[in-house]
Design a protein around this ligand. Structure first.
Ligand SMILES: NC(=O)c1ccc[n+]([C@@H]2O[C@H](COP(=O)([O-])OP(=O)(O)OC[C@H]3O[C@@H](n4cnc5c(N)ncnc54)[C@H](O)[C@@H]3O)[C@@H](O)[C@H]2O)c1
Length: 265
């Protein structure tokens, strides 16, 4: 299926767009005709990526912005609109985690993870919605995680992402009548720099992890970008308030339990 030109003349704003999944969304959206606004705490990375896209003839702007700072992010969204026009697609992608277990965690970790993975998406959405309404509607896609569905580790991150899934449903119901659809993409493990600190100590981590994935591999950023942009596109016009799990089947069952029932013992 060709998706060429699917986002022609559409402004797609991506938070955390300088790296990993966000970057894949930005690059794919640009290839499909979008004008892309990249907002990232790593302002230099955002600007560098925008310049590279401009050189290829795409409309793009890169802006420094920390999504946990409501005022700063409102200014960054305003700058993006001034540069490219009203927003058609908002991808709340920036996120991350600071503590592995409840034991590791103190209130500062809890606050930081909730601030980044839940409050930040609210701040950006709040800033972007007036522009989307001015344009006559659009689509919001929030990037959660399988940790928001089941306990894996990282309690504050997981609780915040579960909150993000519910926040998305609220948006879908409140703004659907005004032309804005909102959906969540729920990734499993994806090869991005977010894993670098773990891979440093355990270079074979992905080999171990992929055994959990029924498709036999962990994901790549473009697996998620494809889902995000499908939900953002006109083809998904009747999909609103949905959660699309993109995890190679990880959440579909408990193969280790099945193995134990049939083989172990
Ligand atoms: N990689 C995975 O395995 C995986 C799995 C499930 C969900 N996710 C989610 O996908 C999203 C993207 O993750 P990734 O793996 O691409 O990570 P990444 O570390 O490669 O990229 C994250 C980007 O977000 C930016 N960022 C971080 N904090 C920010 C802030 N406060 N304001 C603005 N920008 C900020 C970073 O500078 C970076 O460019 C996150 O929400 C993450 O929780 C990732």
């Amino acid at each position: 299926m060709t998706t060429e030109g699917r986002f022609a003349d559409t402004v797609v704003l991506v938070t955390g767009g300088a790296s990993g999944i966000g970057r894949a969304v930005v690059e794919r959206a640009a290839r499909e005709g979008a004008k892309v606004a990249i907002i990232d705490k790593n302002g230099e990375g955002a600007i560098r990526l925008a310049e590279a896209l401009q050189k290829k003839g795409h409309g793009a702007v890169g802006l420094a912005g920390d999504i946990t700072d409501a005022d700063a992010i409102a200014n960054a969204v305003e700058d993006a609109v001034r540069a490219l026009g009203d927003i058609g697609v908002l991808v709340n992608n920036a996120g991350g985690t600071s503590a592995q277990t409840f034991d590791d965690m103190d209130p500062a970790h809890w606050r930081a993870d909730v601030e980044l993975n839940l409050n930040g998406a609210y701040f950006v959405t709040r800033a972007a919605v007036p522009s989307m309404l001015r344009r006559g509607g659009g689509a919001i896609v929030n990037v959660a995680t399988v940790n928001g569905l089941t306990s894996i580790s990282e309690p504050a991150y997981s609780a915040a992402k579960a909150g993000l899934i519910q926040f998305t449903r609220q948006l879908a119901v409140e703004y659907g009548p005004r032309g804005i659809r909102a959906n969540t993409v729920i990734p499993g493990s994806i090869r991005t720099p977010i894993w670098d600190h773990r891979l440093k100590d355990r270079p074979n981590l992905f080999d171990v992890l992929q055994r959990w994935y029924p498709v036999g591999r962990i994901g790549v950023p473009d697996d998620i970008a494809a889902a995000v942009l499908f939900l953002s596109s006109a083809e998904a016009g009747f999909i609103n308030g949905a959660s699309l799990v993109v995890d190679g089947g990880l959440m579909a069952g408990l193969p280790q339990m099945t193995h134990d029932i049939h083989e172990a013992g």
